[in-house]
Design a protein around this ligand. Sequence first.
Ligand SMILES: [Zn+2]
Length: 307
Amino acid sequence: MMTRSRQGVPGTTVGIDVGGTMLRGGLVGPDGSLRDVVRRPLPHGPEARHAAVLELARDLGQDAVAVGVAVAGVVDDGRLLLSANLGLGDIDLRTALVESTGLPSEVVNDAQAAALAEVRGGSAQGLVLVVTVGTGIGGAVVLDGKLVRGRGFAGEIGHVVVDRGGLPCGCGAAGCWEGLASGESLRRAAERVLPGPDRTVDRLVAAADSGDPGAVGALMEAAEAFADGLNGMCAVLAPHRIVLGGGVFARGGLVADVYRSQASTRRWVRGAEITMAAQGDHAGLLGAGLAARDLVAGPPTGVLAAL
Ligand SMILES: [Zn+2]
């Protein structure tokens, strides 16, 4: 393990967000503020990507006491098991970060990071379920401001099987929730019901907006699948608050309205406060930094004193 050449700024952590094309990092201060944000293009190839993440963590880690990294993928106890979008995995990313920076490090998935950013680590009491609907469906559970991790992948709600024998999923199962209600499933619906060459989700929504029965039906089918899945999550978790985020909700308009209104009719969803994700582009790296803060939080006799 490397020895740090400088003392990190107390309470300041590194947050890094490994996106599909871009690597972003910054310093998260004790007050939750974000500064020194840097963007670097994500190089091609798993080894170069791995090295680029470690290099950015080292650079920013000079001024911090812990490192948090958010990745779009399945994370199990600091190990990135699978990230189909990034072409990374199976790698023990947390151990590599600790060895590379000499700092306590944490790895969370992007939905978990976004969830921490939404509740601003510690400010929200009760149980919050964060659901991100983008290409797939991700999720995270936050209890009294702390991320519920379990073995690491708590909140992988998109991979609950709701349609046994249904569409094959990247996780290896078939009939996962995200296969019926994600942005990708809307794209497939557009291909199914729209005429012509340009069968996009935008056109599907426009057609539904103008009352096209096929488009309305496809959108309602996805919204009902979303509502049924969320209903199941709420039966398990009984959340006080549900935060809806990700690309599908960021679109706003008809899709977001229909998804939300369908969900709010369901038995176990009713009674939960439903809000829209408020954090923008920096939610991932802010949340990663907040996750790292958990490693060094507590009285001075704790981990911090041992650094
Ligand atoms: Zn799956």
